[in-house]
Ligand binder design. Sequence first.
Ligand code: NDP
Ligand code: HSE
Length: 436
Amino acid sequence: MEPVRVGLLGLGTVGQGTATVLLRNAEEITRRAGRDIYVDFVATRDAAKAKALGLTAARLTDNAWDVVDDPAVDMVVELFGGDTLAKELLVKAIANGKHVVTANKALIALHGNEIFAAAEAKGVMVAFEAGVAGGIPVIKALREGLSANRIEWLAGIINGTGNFILTEMLQKSRDFADVLAEAQALGYAEADPTFDVEGIDAAHKLTILSSIAYGTPLQFKQTYTEGISRITAEDVAYAGELGYNIKHLGLARRTAKGIEQRVHPTLIPQRCLIANVHGVMNAVQVQGDAVGPTLYYGPGAGAEPTASAVIADIVDVVRAMTADPNNRVPHLAFQPSKLTNTQVLPIEEVETAFYLRMKVADRPGVLADITRILGERDISIEAFLQKEPAKDESDVDIIMLTQRVREGNMNEAIGQIEQLAAVAGEVTRIRVEALA
Ligand code: NDP
Ligand code: HSE
């Protein structure tokens, strides 16, 4: 059989990893795919990289349009990143009848609806396993392995850089900028690392997981997003005293009122497996009505772990190339005509428990004022810590865990608490999830 000819866009971290693993494991991969897979054409601005990788037979260009327009290329593997040029190239590749594999979650989260429609009209496949949770085959699991289930909720640590930073800073007291620089050197971070730190990358990934779980079009703009930049060592320590770890979590949940779709720092009980996922590792827990809880764990970023997912997609595409397009696995798990526009709930309507920390004057009556404000909004306190004032200070830290409450009510309560003369500065609030 003729080999499948791949056009590779980009020889950065993931591009180099993909070329390396494709060459190293060529024989095993061919035994699985049923055909040789051959990197035929590479778009790179650095020809020396291709030579160093051993891509000696591949044609090279610094003009990516040459690759997507080349009639000999069967499949385009997009590893440039970004959502402008990459989008134009993918749309053109699809229009030219080529299958596409990408690790680009920003592109899928922002433009996937349009890209999938174009691919379906043309009868080609768009595969994007590497876009979510690096090397973990979580899209495969959710889209195929769990297709019997109604997904009740899913929650995951889905940004390797962020989890690496949190782990190194908070467990080893390392400096933020220093750890971020290391994550960049290791090839974990996005081209713009604020995507990692401010939760945007995790929001891209959660948007994709949520659509696959609930059969909705991709709704990135509706994903509530908070990053890790405001987590402090003292909150981590207090959370630990209460039996929790703080993680940056992406969570999608089906409720009677709509879908919750949110990424933010979260207190998770230390007894949960996911609370103990550290460094660049990611994990996604999925609760299905039939299967119950399942957990997927592995490296969330890096050259070869991500290449593992990219190449699994290449093999899948090769296997399905000759299948009737109607018999392929739909891009978002559900048949395109059966996607529903279920509402994503505004964050004010979401119900969670909260961790609250505030600095208050150490005098009688203050606590009574705070509990009155909470009580007026039906907010019950589940646990409470009060610390001794630091030497020469009259204010003390008080820390509370509340029961579940509508976020809008909590916002009102915090607004009123911050008005109290005895409360200094802002109230820190972090959502709490029991994942049960
Ligand atoms: P890199 O920045 O390391 O690689 C991108 C490569 O594309 C660079 O070598 C760059 O070349 C090249 N490139 C960009 N534009 C052009 C162009 N017009 N012509 C030729 N070459 C071009 O990024 P990553 O490999 O880390 O990421 C690639 C994609 O994979 C992104 O979408 C990312 O989100 C995703 N991803 C990354 C993971 C990771 O662990 N790094 C994990 C999962 C997904 P040059 O250096 O010359 O600019
Ligand atoms: N920057 C991303 C991360 C790469 O750190 O998770 C993997 O998607």
